[in-house]
Design a protein around this ligand. Structure first.
Ligand SMILES: NC(=O)c1ccc[n+]([C@@H]2O[C@H](COP(=O)([O-])OP(=O)(O)OC[C@H]3O[C@@H](n4cnc5c(N)ncnc54)[C@H](O)[C@@H]3O)[C@@H](O)[C@H]2O)c1
Length: 256
């Protein structure tokens, strides 16, 4: 019985974008617990440093990598620095940075009233952010013949939500389609790419989110601890035949 335990990530390097708080913090903590060395990205330096320190305090290996995922040059430089600091190339990429992006604010309104500058906020971070990070790490994954890409999407990318989120739906739907297409291109290279269509985890008093939360069959919003185990599975060696999929994780809000 000397084999590694199931879902061990020992020897792997994982990059989680937007990992300074929320789902990304929960995902990074579980991947670190399973033995991965973590590159903790966030555009907010304080959050990235704090989460990397928390993982080190818990006995893990982690470095902060502060960059904006919407800026391709910054992504390339930031990932290179993170890989140098952690001592190896990225094996696992979790495209988690999202919502409305760096401002933390995603204005919601009917699309007929939405000014074009607002459309770009979620598309830049949720779609271009995932494309920028994936494009940067993909050649190395192909060269080494192993890789895992997990894109944190949303039910807003797979289902209609009548709440002033057309721009967010476009961004998340785009990230799902992008991840699926990349999965096909690299499936024979030992690389998987999947999306998690996440349901409501946001806390706080936002009318549309309160209304959506009332209808959840599970009777509660999700937490980062609900998100992390699915990401661990998708990041694992064991999940090598799971690719190109969009997995719903939503407390029963939508069933297939
Ligand atoms: N919260 C929800 O209810 C919910 C529901 C469905 C899907 N999601 C998705 O889950 C993911 C995580 O959401 P959350 O609510 O846990 O996160 P959050 O908004 O609480 O935190 C996201 C983190 O990402 C960082 N970030 C934002 N823009 C960035 C950028 N351009 N570059 C680097 N870092 C950046 C922020 O500083 C922040 O620390 C997102 O992709 C979001 O769209 C969230």
């Amino acid at each position: 019985m000397s084999e590694a335990p199931i879902f061990s990530l020992a020897g792997k390097v994982a990059l989680v974008s937007g990992a300074g708080q929320g789902a990304g913090a929960g995902i990074s903590a579980l991947l670190a617990k399973q033995g991965a060395a973590l590159i903790i990205n966030d555009v907010n330096a304080g959050r990235a440093e704090k989460q990397a320190q928390a993982l080190r305090d818990a006995g893990g290996k982690a470095v902060a990598a502060v960059f904006d995922v919407t800026d391709l040059d910054a992504v390339r430089a930031g990932i290179a620095e993170g890989e140098k600091a952690i001592g190896g190339p990225v094996d696992i990429l979790v495209n988690n940075a999202g919502n409305g992006g760096a401002s933390g604010d995603l204005p919601m309104m009917p699309f007929a009233e939405m000014p074009p500058e607002v459309w770009r906020l979620p598309i830049d971070v949720n779609l271009y952010g995932a494309m920028n990070c994936t494009h940067t790490v993909l050649p190395g994954l192909i060269e080494r013949g192993w890789g895992r890409i997990v894109t944190i999407a949303s039910t807003a990318g797979t289902h209609g939500v009548n709440g002033g989120m057309a721009h967010y739906g476009a961004a998340k739907g785009g990230s799902i389609g992008f991840t699926r297409m990349v999965a096909m291109e690299v499936a024979a290279n030992g690389i998987t790419a999947n999306s998690v269509a996440l349901g409501l985890i946001k806390q706080g008093d936002i009318p549309i989110l309160n209304q959506l939360a009332k209808g959840l069959p599970a009777g509660r919003r999700g937490t980062p601890d609900d998100v992390a185990p699915l990401c661990l599975y998708l990041a694992s060696t064991e999940a090598s035949w799971m690719t190109g999929q969009t997995i719903q994780l939503n407390g029963g809000a939508y069933t297939t």
